[in-house]
Design a protein around this ligand. Structure first.
Ligand code: AMP
Ligand code: GLY
Length: 423
């Protein structure tokens, strides 16, 4: 089978790396991909949100299965586009249709879904400019810190956590009246602050059955000790040591099963990944967010721990046959440490030559923001390379990644030396 992966980050390189190992694969394409994906498949220079170009590519290359990496193509309706096109409707798309992608694309939609299906989450109310005054009043009923979320997609920046009531009111005004996050903040969800430790769980589902993927914990802040600005993610480990069997069972019973059953009760078809952002409050799991895609850099530790043929699972998802499959995991831990460009997540430079990748031993460098220029691998994004390693536990795995990172360099390279520090 010919497969196309849409996207260009570390997540897509990890998916490509895994799918390339399948005996069921004929040809693998990645659009647009990066300097890493071209080592395991063929990169195609097209934008995944340009659906007409994706269509042309799929038809020209006899592609039978498309894995959609990032959320924006899903939220914009790429799966619906395929279903509504006579020449594409038999191509399997891994990633939900537009309506279901609102689980990620609209915080209010996700909250209403959770409430409807009794899935544990923070108490909330949503507001627009029309009831701004009520928003202020609601804030007054809460204890700090205050959690304000732009309803729509805001590139991971739409959540504000504020300690001061006046500041929270000002930010609410900024979001609603002055469109701080553009159209995404024309509605704002205000929710109860949950105090606990976070983890991410993932399933692959055909809408009826699902398989659990390994869980993971990522490190979102730029600075060591979890301080500073939020990033896409600076590192991750899998499995999460504090996620005991009993706690994972709670997640399965209280979150995962009710979500899959909820989709069926609501008549919402869903083929693809569901990413559950979970916070452990005491011993209780609560959902902070849904994403309709895999996480990045979580994929760079989750996928290496999948032993089974992943393409076989994706094909079964496309055919509604996931109930016939099981998934096996590697019994080892995995970690990844993200090498980023100096300045990221704010302004940073590109096209810096990356040295030392050929010296890496016993780690996998998943490329995130890289490209080829004058036959050299150069930086092409804020997050550049995710260095993944295995170990008997996450500490051993981290040791391995840090040893290899010592051999890699590019101008202004930055990374966190404390991944896993809180575990
Ligand atoms: P989200 O985009 O909804 O995942 O939120 C981004 C980050 O904000 C999460 O990863 C949490 O660290 C934090 N967060 C979101 N909602 C809450 C909440 N209700 N209580 C505490 N922290 C939260
Ligand atoms: N690492 C968090 C995310 O992918 O949303």
């Amino acid at each position: 089978m010919n497969v196309l992966i849409l996207g260009s980050g570390g997540r897509e390189h990890a998916l490509a790396w895994k799918i390339a190992q399948s005996s069921l694969l004929h040809k693998l394409f990645i659009a647009p991909g990066n300097a890493g994906t071209m080592q395991v498949g063929t990169n195609l220079a097209i934008n995944p949100t340009n659906f007409e170009l994706v269509k042309q590519t799929v038809l020209e290359n006899s592609i039978e299965l498309v894995v959609v990496g990032p959320e924006d193509s899903l939220v914009k309706g790429i799966h619906d586009f395929f279903l509504n096109d006579a020449t594409l409707k038999n191509v399997a798309v891994i990633g939900p249709q537009k309506y279901a992608a609102q689980l990620e694309g609209s915080k209010e939609f996700a909250k209403e879904f959770m409430v409807r299906h009794s899935i544990p989450t923070a108490a909330y109310k949503s507001f627009t400019t029309k009831n701004l005054e009520e928003g202020y009043q609601f804030l007054e009923t809460l204890n700090p810190p205050y959690v304000l979320k732009a309803d729509g997609l805001a590139a991971g920046k739409g959540v504000l956590i504020l300690n001061n009531l006046e500041e929270a009111k000002d930010e609410l005004t900024e979001m609603l009246t002055h469109q701080k996050f553009g159209e995404a903040s024309s509605k704002v969800v205000i929710e109860e602050f949950l105090d606990g430790i976070e983890l991410s769980c993932f399933v692959l589902t055909d809408g009826k059955s699902y398989v659990n993927l390994p869980n993971a914990k990522d490190y979102k802040r730029i600075g060591e000790g979890n301080v500073g600005l939020n990033t896409g993610g600076m590192g991750a480990i899998s499995p999460v040591p504090f996620a005991s069997t009993a706690f994972l069972k709670k997640i399965e019973e209280q979150v995962i099963k009710p979500t899959i059953e909820g989709l069926q009760k609501d008549d919402i078809p869903y083929k693809g990944f569901i990413f559950f952002g979970i916070i452990k409050v005491g011993d209780a799991p609560k959902v902070i967010e849904y994403n309709c895609r895999m996480g990045d850099p979580e994929t760079e530790v989750v996928i290496p721990r999948v032993k089974s043929d992943f393409l076989e699972l994706l094909i079964a998802t496309g055919k509604n046959e996931l109930h016939t499959k099981t998934i096996e995991f590697e019994n080892k831990s995995a970690c990844t440490v993200m090498l980023v460009s100096g300045g990221y997540p704010e302004a940073y430079k590109k096209e810096k030559v990356i040295f030392g990748l050929d010296k890496i031993e016993n780690s996998i460098p998943f490329h995130a923001g890289t490209t080829i220029k004058e036959n050299k691998i150069v930086t092409n994004g804020g997050r550049v390379i995710a260095v993944t390693s295995y170990g008997n536990n996450f500490k051993d795995a981290l040791k391995q990644s840090y040893q290899n990172i010592d051999k890699i360099s590019f101008e202004d390279m930055n990374f966190r030396k404390d991944i896993g520090f809180d575990l």
